[in-house]
Design a protein around this ligand. Structure first.
Ligand SMILES: [Zn+2]
Length: 201
């Protein structure tokens, strides 16, 4: 997520504050037990190499690396990949984690932020048509759990429904909307395929 969008979300949150108190804080704090922390970098690396492709029925060879596409008239980079699929196709979680936020934004439409178990990675799914029934902020999801369906909500072209998928490295303390560093999901998603095809010996 770029700084511009972070600022936009922070502003939107300010506006929503009266109607929408930050109810998630208490529940999140309750779920995190101090002393339950493991070595973060090792775990992130392992999680990253085991990412599932987030759209059902799409294989690694179907993916296109458009991480460095220009957006905003060349003022910034895409920093995500778009996975094209028919509207209504299932979107699934690439990794286990906690649903940190379900957020409807002008750009991203119906979005999901999932925080990794070590809290240092945020997986961002955007332009969903619908959320999976029962998906709620604060709940834990397993790898492969259904999050919703592919759509074109937000600023996506209705003629080209797709999942906008982003991987953001952050710190365990950072809030979900704070600026983070996006890493290219393409090698993460395609490396997994090579490993899967190799003999397990
Ligand atoms: Zn995109």
């Amino acid at each position: 997520m770029d700084r511009e969008e972070s600022a936009e979300i922070a502003a939107e949150l300010d506006e929503q504050e009266e109607a929408d108190p930050p109810a998630s804080e208490g529940t999140q704090a309750a779920q995190t037990t101090p002393g339950d922390r493991t070595e973060p970098s090792v775990q992130s690396e392992e999680q990253a190499s085991n990412l599932m492709i987030p759209v059902l029925g799409v294989s690694a060879s179907d993916l296109t690396d458009n991480f460095e596409d220009e957006r905003g008239g060349g003022t910034r980079l895409h920093e995500a990949i778009d996975i094209m699929a028919e509207a209504g196709t299932s979107v699934v979680s690439v990794a286990p984690g906690t649903v940190e936020r379900l957020f409807r934004s002008d750009q991203g439409g119906n979005t999901v932020y999932i925080r990794s178990e070590d809290r240092e990675t945020i997986y961002y799914y955007a332009h969903l048509d619908e959320y999976a029934p029962g998906l709620n902020e604060g709940m834990t999801v397993r790898r492969g759990q259904r999050l919703g369906t592919v759509g074109s909500s937000g600023n996506a072209d209705p003629e080209a429904p797709h999942l906008h998928f982003e991987v953001m490295r952050t710190t365990a303390e950072a809030e979900w909307w704070e600026p983070s560093t996006s890493v290219n999901p393409y090698p993460l998603l395609t490396r997994q395929r090579r490993q899967a095809l190799e003999p397990a010996s």
